[in-house]
Design a protein around this ligand. Structure first.
Ligand code: GDP
Ligand code: MG
Length: 365
């Protein structure tokens, strides 16, 4: 741990002891800004030093899911149970040193699942292979937290590691527009009532980031953390699922407790192959897939083989999936289904968004 890490740890500890209210809000704002700046500094220093980029595993299939958990919670066993992969399993720690991909075929979708080494507290600061794992997580379409049924307390630590590298799980990106100007000071407006933080504190935070002149429009009831996220701008908003493994080891009473501690957990036993169907269903649903059926001109649509896309998908996404020339040559599309006001409606705008079950006929030059 460097001095900077130590400083962050001290500030976090100080905050955990303080209470957030109107009189401490300003102080919290400054502390959190300083931590964010320190993290960025560390990030800049360690980037280019190797490590932290992740493994070069080609993304395949319709979406990529990463298994994130402490060592020995059963990640490799789970990967082997739900995909075609054969990842090494062992009763001792640190078996998986690489990134092992597997494919889950579910309801027409091919879902790539990545088994990576377990992370430990301090992973975001580069302990173990943590930095690489977390770099992979930033590029995944879904983070699957794997928790040992006997250690639900690990979740708090995992969530912190993921948070510290700028990944926001199951959060919508708040809408805050910051347009820097050269003079005129700060002009701040919000379209909703701000209940968690005052304008004064937000202005102080902006100053910490050396933003003295800007027009700011806030469209969500943000807190300090979310506001800093918007200033820094490099956050990843990713869906997440909590999967509690080794459920065969606990009884009804402990299951009930797990439900109370963890948000929407899904219980499985990778070894006994329990709960896997439900897990697959939840993975599929969390990925926001839609099915789009392609149709050739004057022919019936191909209803057997949908194109699987993740939301938001547009006509452009469809064109890109057919052939890269299609975007350039696109003339218009006819659409049947939820996205069309009437069957076969024509659209000339490539940005037109599609819905699950739409039938699309592309016309090119
Ligand atoms: N009881 C029980 N043991 C499991 C289960 N899944 C995995 N294990 C065991 O936990 C240990 C670690 O498994 P592994 O998949 O290598 O964990 P990883 O380090 O997270 O990849 C092995 O001894 C597995 O046999 C489960 O569902 N129930
Ligand atoms: Mg493993």
């Amino acid at each position: 741990m460097t001095d900077q890490h130590e400083k962050i740890r001290e500030m976090e500890e100080a905050m955990s002891k303080a209470k957030y209210n109107k009189s401490t809000e300003h102080w919290f704002g400054l502390m959190k800004s300083q931590i964010a700046k320190l993290r960025e500094k560390i990030e800049k220093k360690t980037a280019g030093k190797g490590g932290g980029e992740g493994w070069f595993v080609k993304k395949t299939g319709n979406a990529t899911v990463i298994l994130v958990g402490f060592p020995s919670v059963g990640k490799s066993t789970l990967l082997n149970a739900i995909t075609n992969a054969k990842s090494k399993v062992a009763a001792y720690e640190f078996t998986t040193l690489d990134c092992i991909p597997g494919t889950l075929n579910y309801r027409n979708a091919k879902i790539q699942i990545l088994d990576v080494p377990g992370i430990i507290s301090g992973a975001a600061f580069g302990r173990g292979r943590g930095k690489e794992v977390l770099a992979m997580a930033r590029n995944a379409d879904l983070v699957l937290f794997v928790i040992d049924a006997l250690h639900p307390e690990h979740f708090t630590a995992l969530r912190k590691e993921v948070y510290d590298v700028g990944i926001r799980i199951n959060q919508r990106q708040p809408v805050v527009k910051i347009v820097k100007t050269t003079k005129g000071g700060l002009s701040m407006n919000s379209t909703v009532k701000l209940s968690k933080v005052s304008y004064d504190t937000l202005a102080a935070i902006l100053k910490e980031f050396k933003i003295m002149n800007a027009g700011v429009v806030i469209r969500d009831d943000v807190d300090i953390d979310q506001f800093i996220d918007c200033i820094e701008g490099n956050r990843k908003y990713v869906p997440g699922i909590i999967c509690v493994n080794k459920i065969d080891l606990v009884g009804d009473k402990q299951r009930k407790q797990l439900h109370e501690i963890l948000p929407n957990p899904i219980f499985v036993s990778a070894e006994k192959k329990e709960g896997l169907q439900e897990l697959k269903e939840k993975i599929y649903n969390s990925l926001n897939f839609i099915r789009v059926y392609l149709k050739e001109i004057n022919k019936k649509p191909d209803l057997d083989e949908p194109m699987i896309l993740t939301k938001p998908a547009t006509l452009k996404t469809v064109c890109e999936h057919i052939h890269r020339d299609f975007v350039r040559k696109f003339k218009f599309a006819r659409v049947w289904g939820k996205s069309a006001k009437f069957p076969g409606q024509q659209f000339r705008n490539l940005e037109k968004q599609l819905e699950d079950g739409d039938v699309v006929e592309i016309h090119i030059r």
